[in-house]
Design a protein around this ligand. Structure first.
Ligand SMILES: [Zn+2]
Length: 163
């Protein structure tokens, strides 16, 4: 899924443990792999391949700058959405930890492409194994992520109201 979706889902989980940022970070991190297993759409990257076995280098090209800008915007939008939708003064640290934990496995994949070492190798293998092999087409694959993130926020609100 795209980073914004991971951030919002991680943040929604964090609202269930508003005074435990470390637990929120771990919950967000774990949620990444679970929701990646749902068929979805990811925006195409032109210069960075995150496929299994891909290798990368530090060469700077226009396509790579564009890719990094898209990823950066996605991640930043994710933080803004997470804080904007579920953040309060009381849960802010946990919400940010949940959002960052939710997004982290993807940048770790990128780091692994540049530094293919353990323990990242095992983590990336697990990530690829969990990731859905079914790719949805554009409009459905995007709207389903919005619907899914909204459902997770709704569920987290319901759980909070019930407890
Ligand atoms: Zn992922």
């Amino acid at each position: 899924m795209i980073l914004s979706t991971h951030a919002v889902v991680g943040a929604a989980l964090a609202t269930l443990m508003p005074s435990h940022p470390v637990a929120a970070f771990v919950a967000g991190f774990a949620s990444h792999f679970v929701i990646d297993s749902i068929p979805h759409w990811d925006y195409p990257l032109r210069s960075i391949s995150l496929r299994a076995g891909a290798r990368s280098n530090w060469r700077i090209t226009a396509a790579r700058i564009r890719d990094l800008a898209v990823i950066g915007f996605d991640g930043f939008a994710g933080l803004v959405l997470a804080v904007g939708i579920v953040g309060t003064k009381a849960n802010m640290v946990a919400v940010l930890a949940g959002a960052v934990g939710g997004m982290l496995p993807d940048p770790l994949k990128l780091i692994y492409m540049l530094y293919p070492r353990q323990p990242l190798a095992t983590l990336v293998r697990f990530h690829n194994w969990m990731h859905t092999k079914r790719k949805l087409d554009w409009p459905l694959g995007v709207s389903s992520q919005v619907a899914f993130a909204s459902a997770v926020i709704g569920a987290s609100v319901a759980v909070r109201l019930a407890t």
